[in-house]
Design a protein around this ligand. Structure first.
Ligand code: ZN
Length: 429
């Protein structure tokens, strides 16, 4: 299968963070990686392929390097979450005539109006009654058919809608699930019970989000563009995972690491986010399993390099004035190094130069992204992680259009170039 067909499948199998991690888990298992539990004692040896899942929504895969204690970590970090809507508890609202809509809460910063008038559904995880009161039975859930719609107001009620239309997250954005239902409160329990084939009395709670039922697709004269929801950042997760599996058979002295964190879109401040010490804990344990002392752990961190992979903004043909005059990456021009004078990105000349060399060795082009100086721009997980672990590293990502839209656009060539650059990175030592 070629990398783009593979990406489209990956996107369709990953409607929300929990499913994205499950998709990664399946691909890792097929490539000979075995899961470790943080609660167990670990034994590790050079060449071992292992992964850890945190909260079902973050995954950390690694191949133990042969350099022993003090071995460098070659890390690619990305994130599993995307902006959208989460179902609130007690979410059913019965309206006149039995129409039922669902109460949601916005997650991160989606472009709200891209979610109108398209078939939507729900996916995530459900917590069922388990034997241990503090350990519910957690199940992945995906309603694999169109279930919801957020209908826009007709233009006849707001003739100036195309001149700018402020939206309320609480009033305008609630999805409709049924036209004539008397048992509104029973809808979500019934949907869960049918989908998972469980007794409604066993359902204790859920983390469920909306997703668009539109499958990922290629578009353009030469199919040169890829369209999907969640390309930020699942396209980078896919590229990094593909690269790690491609490079896995080549032995390396360094320990190669893929870190997919959750909750980047809300500031990374959770136990599964880049603000937690989870990656540090994993690194300490790898070092300890190889017989290393505290000093070796610190040597490892000092010798490591991280690629913080999160998408950049490609020059938009309708809004060139929004972009920096000399650093406006093009879709199709290759992966971008992201630079910010106020250190919202971890990139500096040292790390940018290193990544440029990686692209050069991979035979792929490389661009620079800097914000227009009058716009604030975004940040990402690289810096949050470096406040825990003083890693050298670069912020980069393939350019996108319409970041945080329900359906974003990227370049197929850039995706292939990114996979090549990552494969080279994981094959250097
Ligand atoms: Zn992102």
């Amino acid at each position: 299968m070629n990398h783009i067909t593979d990406l489209l499948n990956f996107m369709d199998r990953s409607p929300v963070n929990f499913w994205a991690v499950d998709t990664c888990r399946n691909l890792l298992e097929s490539a000979g990686f075995r899961e470790l539990d943080m609660r167990d004692n670990w034994t590790l040896a050079a060449g071992d392929r292992r992964y850890v899942v945190q909260n079902g929504s973050a995954v950390f895969a690694f191949i133990v390097g042969s350099d022993g204690p003090g071995a460098a970590f070659d890390i690619i970090a990305a994130h599993s979450d995307s902006p959208g809507f989460r179902l609130k508890p007690n979410c059913a609202i019965r309206c006149e005539g039995g129409t039922v809509k669902l109460n949601t809460e916005v997650y991160g910063g989606p472009i709200l109006y891209t979610w109108f008038d398209r078939p939507l559904s729900v996916a995530g995880r459900v917590a069922l009654r388990g034997k241990d009161p503090l350990r519910p039975d957690l199940r992945l859930m995906r309603v694999d058919r169109p279930l919801l719609v957020i209908p826009h107001l007709a233009i006849h009620f707001n003739r100036s809608v195309n001149d700018g239309n402020k939206l309320s997250r609480q009033k305008d954005m609630l999805p409709v699930v049924a036209l004539d239902c008397n048992d509104a409160a029973g809808i979500i329990p019934a949907v869960i019970s049918q989908t998972l084939d469980v007794d409604p009395a066993e359902i204790l709670d859920y983390d469920l989000s909306l997703y668009s039922c539109q499958p990922a697709a290629t578009v353009g004269l030469e199919n040169e563009m890829v369209m999907s929801g969640r390309l930020d950042d699942l396209s980078m997760v896919h590229a990094a995972l593909t690269a790690m599996i491609a490079a896995a058979d080549k032995p390396s002295g360094h320990t190669r690491v893929l870190a997919v964190f959750d909750n980047e879109e809300t500031g990374s401040g959770t136990k599964q986010g880049a603000g937690s010490p989870i990656l540090e804990h994993i690194f300490r344990r790898i070092n300890a399993c190889l017989g290393g002392m505290e000093q070796d752990f610190i040597r490892s961190v000092a010798a490591s390099f991280m690629v913080s992979a999160d998408n950049a903004h490609g020059l938009h043909p309708n809004y060139p004035e929004k972009f920096d005059p000399t650093n406006h990456p093009l879709l199709g021009g290759g992966p971008c190094i992201k630079v910010n004078a106020n250190c919202k990105y971890m990139t500096d000349a040292d790390s940018a130069a290193a990544f440029r060399r990686v692209c050069e060795l991979a035979g792929v082009p490389c661009q620079s992204f800097v914000n227009h100086s009058d716009s604030a721009g975004g940040s990402t997980l690289g810096n949050i992680l470096t406040s825990q672990l003083p890693l050298r590293g670069v912020d980069m990502g393939a350019p996108l259009w319409a970041m945080h839209s329900c359906c974003e656009t990227a370049s197929a060539d850039d995706h292939i170039s990114t996979i090549k650059a990552f494969t080279t990175f994981y094959s250097l030592y």
